[in-house]
Design a binder for this molecule. Structure first.
Ligand code: HEM
Ligand code: NAG
Ligand code: NAG
Length: 504
C-alpha cells in the first residue's frame, strides 16, 4: 500500500512538474509570438525579433549609442531593436512626443533605473503626477535660490584646476615638468566631481586638492555604471525594482558603497533637532518640502547625472577644437580680444561675459551636438499611436537616438557630421529656431523631462573654456587615438592625454 502511495506521489509530482514546465514554456512562447507580432511591421535587424540580449550587451560594452546610429542609417527613422523595444531618430517626431500635452510619458524601462526596489527619484519616476511633484521641490534649488553660491563653488574649483595645470604641467613655469603630459580627462573629471559633490552634499570630495579619485567615485562610475545601465534594460530587473517590499533585501548602499553613505550623512544633517539650515542648493530643496529619504537619492542622482555628462561635453568639444586649427585660433582670438577690450573683466570670467562671445557659444553648441553626452531613456505611451507613419503599440519602449537626431541633414545641412561652429552664425529666423529647438533634445527638452542641471552644465562649460584658452595652448599627444570613449546611456571618456604650454 505504502509503496503504491509513494509511486503515485512521484508520478503525480512528475506530472505536475511537466504541467508547470509546459505552462511556463507556453507562456514564454505566447509572449514571444505576441511581441513579435506587435512589432513585425517595423523594420529592424533579424536578431531584434528574438531577444533583448543584444541591447543589454551593447549597453554593457559601451557600443550602444553608435549601434543605434548605425541601425538608423540602415533601416530608417524607426527601428525595431528588441521585443517590445523600438528606436526613433526623427527630430520632428521626437519633438512631437516631447510636447507638454502629449500623451507620451517615460517608458516601462525606467523601472530598471531605480537605485533600489521602490526607491524613486526624479530621473526614474514614471508616474507623471509624482514626477511633477518631485520636480517642483527641486526646481527652485536648480534654477533660483542659491545660484550665487553655485557660481562661487564653480569659480573656486576652476581656479584650482588652472593653478594645477600651471604648476605641474607647463615647462614655462616649472622646468621639472618638461615632457610631462596632462591626463586631461582625469583632471576634468576631478573638477566636475568636486563641484558637483560640493553642490550635492554641501562638501566637496576634494579630488583636485589630493589629485586623486577620492572615495573611488570615478572608479565606481567607470566600472559599475555600465553594469547598472545594462541590467536595467532587463525585464526581470525592472520587475524587481517595482517591488517596494524587496527594499530591505537590496539596499542601494551595496551598489554605490561609500557614496551612498555620504549621501545619507549629508541628508541627515539637514533634518532632525540639530539640523543645519543653509542658503545653498540643499537648503533650497529642503525649504521646498523634500523629504530626508528623497534628498538621499536626489543627491546621488545629481552626482551621477551631473559629472560624466558635463565632462563629455567639455572633452569632446576640446577634441573638436584640437583637430580644427581654424576654429581653435578663431576662438582664442575672440577671447583675447574680449580681454583686451574689457568685455571680459573677471577672473574666472563670469557667465554673462562668456555669453557675450558669439563664437564661443557656437563652439559649445557644436561640440555638444556632435557627441550628445546623454543618450537618454525610452519613452512610452499607454495606448497605440502612430510614429513616423507606423503604428507603435501601447507600452512599447521607444528609445531615442539623440546622436542621429542632432545630425539630421535636413536641419543642420549636408555637412551635419562635421565640426563647423560657423553654421550657427550663418542663419537666422526659422532656420535658426529649428536648429536650436532640435539641439534642445540633447538635454531632453523642450519637455517636462528637460534636464534640471542644464544651466549648471552650461555655466561650467562656458567658464572652463575661457580660462583654458586664455592661459594655455594644448596639443594632442596620441594622434592615432586621442581618447577612449564608451557610450551606453552616457559616455565614459578616458585617456585624453595632452601637452600644455603656458601663453605669455
Ligand atoms: C552636458 C551636460 C548634461 C546633459 C547633456 C544632460 C542631459 C540630460 C537628459 C537628456 C535628461 C533627460 C533624461 C530623460 O528623462 O530622458 C536629463 C535629466 C536630468 N539631469 Fe541632466 N544633463 C547634463 C548635466 C546635468 C547636470 C550638471 C545635472 C545636475 C547637477 C543634471 C541633472 C539632471 C537631473 C536631476 C535630471 C532628471 C530630470 C527629471 O527627471 O525631470 N544634468 N539630463
Ligand atoms: C588617465 O587617468 C585615468 C583615470 O584616472 C587612468 O585610468 C588612466 O590610466 C590615465 N591614463 C594615462 C595614459 O595616464
Ligand atoms: C598658441 O597657439 C596659437 C594658435 O595656434 C599660436 O598662434 C600661439 O603662438 C601659441 N602660443 C604659444 C605660447 O605657444
Amino acid at each position: 500500500m505504502s509503496v503504491f502511495l509513494v509511486v503515485a506521489t512521484v508520478v503525480a509530482q512528475i506530472c505536475t512538474l511537466r504541467v508547470l514546465t509546459a505552462l511556463f514554456l507556453g507562456y514564454m512562447g505566447f509572449t514571444w509570438v505576441h511581441d513579435w507580432y506587435r512589432l513585425r511591421h517595423i523594420p529592424g535587424p533579424f536578431w531584434s525579433r528574438w531577444s533583448i540580449f543584444w541591447v543589454i550587451r551593447d549597453l554593457y560594452k559601451g557600443t550602444y549609442i553608435n549601434k543605434l546610429d548605425e541601425l538608423h542609417a540602415q533601416y530608417g527613422p524607426l527601428v525595431c531593436i528588441g521585443p517590445g523595444w523600438v528606436s526613433l531618430s526623427d527630430p520632428n517626431e521626437i519633438r512631437r512626443i516631447h510636447q507638454v500635452r502629449s500623451p507620451w510619458g517615460r517608458g516601462p524601462a525606467y523601472e530598471g533605473l531605480r537605485l533600489g526596489p521602490g526607491v524613486d527619484a526624479s530621473a526614474s519616476v514614471i508616474d507623471k503626477q509624482k514626477h511633477h511633484q518631485i520636480r517642483s521641490k527641486l526646481e527652485p534649488g536648480y534654477y533660483g535660490k542659491g545660484v550665487t553660491q553655485v557660481h562661487q563653488q564653480v569659480d573656486e574649483r576652476i581656479m584650482k584646476m588652472v593653478r594645477i595645470i600651471h604648476d605641474d604641467y607647463t615647462p614655462e613655469k616649472n622646468s621639472q615638468c618638461h615632457g610631462k603630459h596632462l591626463n586631461l580627462s582625469e583632471l576634468i573629471h576631478y573638477l566636475l566631481v568636486d563641484t558637483t559633490s560640493s553642490l550635492a552634499f554641501g562638501r566637496s570630495f576634494g579630488c583636485l586638492d589630493r589629485q586623486e579619485d577620492f572615495h573611488e567615485f570615478i572608479e565606481t562610475s567607470v566600472k559599475k555604471l555600465p553594469i547598472f545601465i545594462a541590467i536595467s534594460a532587463s525585464p526581470i530587473v525592472q520587475a524587481i525594482m517595482k517591488q517596494p517590499m524587496l527594499k530591505v533585501v537590496m539596499d542601494w548602499v551595496g551598489l554605490l558603497g561609500p557614496i551612498a553613505l555620504i549621501a545619507k550623512k549629508a541628508a541627515a544633517e539637514r533634518f532632525g533637532a540639530e539640523k543645519i539650515t543653509q542658503q545653498d542648493m540643499l537648503g533650497a530643496f529642503v525649504a521646498h518640502g523634500i523629504s530626508q529619504e528623497e534628498l538621499e537619492t536626489e543627491t546621488v542622482v545629481q552626482l551621477i547625472a551631473g559629472s560624466e555628462t558635463t565632462m563629455t561635453g567639455i572633452l569632446n568639444t576640446m577634441l573638436c577644437l584640437l583637430t580644427a586649427p581654424d576654429a581653435y585660433r578663431k576662438l582664442q582670438s575672440e577671447i583675447d580680444e574680449a580681454i583686451r577690450s574689457g568685455k571680459i573683466r573677471s577672473f574666472p570670467a563670469s557667465e554673462s561675459e562668456a555669453k557675450s562671445l558669439p563664437y564661443l557659444q557656437a563652439v559649445i553648441k557644436e561640440g555638444l551636438r556632435l557627441l550628445p553626452p546623454a543618450g537618454y531613456i525610452p519613452k512610452g505611451c499607454g495606448h497605440d499611436s502612430e510614429v513616423c507613419g507606423l503604428r507603435v503599440p501601447a507600452n512599447v519602449n521607444v528609445d531615442i537616438s539623440v546622436k542621429s537626431a542632432v545630425r539630421d541633414k535636413a536641419i543642420y545641412g549636408e555637412d551635419a557630421d562635421v565640426f563647423r561652429p560657423e553654421r550657427w552664425l550663418e542663419v537666422t529666423g526659422t532656420k535658426l529656431f529649428l536648429m536650436d529647438e532640435t539641439w534642445r533634445i540633447i538635454f531632453g527638452g523642450p519637455s517636462r523631462w528637460e534636464c534640471l542641471g542644464k544651466g549648471l552644465a552650461l555655466t561650467q562649460i562656458n567658464k572652463v573654456y575661457i580660462e583654458l584658452f586664455r592661459q594655455f595652448n594644448f596639443t594632442i599627444v596620441n594622434r592615432g587615438q586621442p581618447f577612449q570613449a564608451r557610450g551606453s546611456r552616457t559616455w565614459i571618456i578616458t585617456d585624453f592625454i595632452v601637452a600644455v604650454r603656458a601663453r605669455d
